[in-house]
Design a binder for this molecule. Sequence first.
Ligand code: PMP
Length: 424
Amino acid sequence: MDFEVDIKQNTRTKKSYRKFDVEDVRKDFPILKRLVNGKSLVYLDNAATSQKPQSVINAITNYYTYENANIHRGLHFLSELATESYEGARLKVKEFVNAMSVSEIIFVRGATEAINLVANSLCRANYFNDGDEILISHMEHHSNIVPWQLLCERKNLKLKVVPVNDKGEFIFEEYEKLLSEKTKLVSIVHISNALGTINPVKEIVKKAHEYNIPVLLDGAQAVPHAKVDVQDLDCDFYVFSGHKVFGPTGIGVLYGKTEFLDKMPPFQGGGDMIREVTFEKTTYEDLPQKFEAGTPNIVGGIALGAALDYLTSFDINEISNHEDSLLKYGTEKLLQIDGLKIIGTSDRKASVISFVIDGIHPYDIGTIIDTDGIAIRTGHHCTMPLIKRFNLPATARASFSMYNKIEEIDHLYNALLKVKRMFT
Ligand code: PMP
């Protein structure tokens, strides 16, 4: 965000960024001080979830200590305060992704719920007809596969899959071939959680729009690492989860262009999303309330706002540069290990290193290095078809965030050498 927004005045002033210094950043994350198995924590599982800065923890405590009330419904002081904080957070999200309007920002539980919302609502809108196709890629997270499969079963649709090459890259020529007048929706991951591949999402959107096909982008891994501008991308939907971007679990965002969201029917029914209810007929609230039935995750929204404040207090390019240097150093260092192979070698990668070591199961790697306080993830990373594509049962994955440092990669390297020694 290049501008600071004053919620009450709705004014924008040019913003000055906090200087990025990894040691300073680390001080903001209390969990990084703790020991695990008697060793300093080395947290390299950021693609699964990020740690939380003190300001986010404070926002949660502050809400429950001083502001707790239900929103939108009460005229009393606390209700108005909580509503202002929650709606203020929506404005922060709108600025963060550069949406046209706050009504395009729907708070949901996370990326998964956002995709399910779009799938279910489009289904209810009778947007799909028998034999229509939905196009995804081979590197999707299960949350961008299964909701569409459920829809395909209900509506007799076909799921088409854009293949990836041996480097783990989206094959654009195959994508072009798969697009047709039968394609009704394209849903693609912005950055792969399993490989780190950064997809050419702007080009993907542009191509689909040549056929008037709407595009959903799964930005779960993208938002903590790079500037996301939904107007520039021109995507029709963009989804992400708060917990991967320094916010709490249980809150996430669906961005949708008004032209779609306006026409889409509600996903769930209940309080807060209605205008008038009779036993014969119910009319719905305008956006975004139409899609937010029931008491929402108020504190989650507010804390997500605090997380975005934290992230955007830095220049995102400085964060990207830092993470790129971790990726470069980590790649070179780990490749020095005999028998280690990196899965996902795209030239355009975010800070994820998925790897296997000859003769050692990834689970053994993860378990052994945990005794040294090093947290990585092992398994299929909720991308089973992708891991199968590489003929593997699983990979080990180290994923970096803005608070990781080079020394932690050295710890990982030394721990992996120890694993190798144990197996030879
Ligand atoms: N998409 C991607 C690329 C992800 O990495 C994840 C989480 N691992 C999701 C979607 C789903 O996110 P959530 O479980 O927070 O809904």
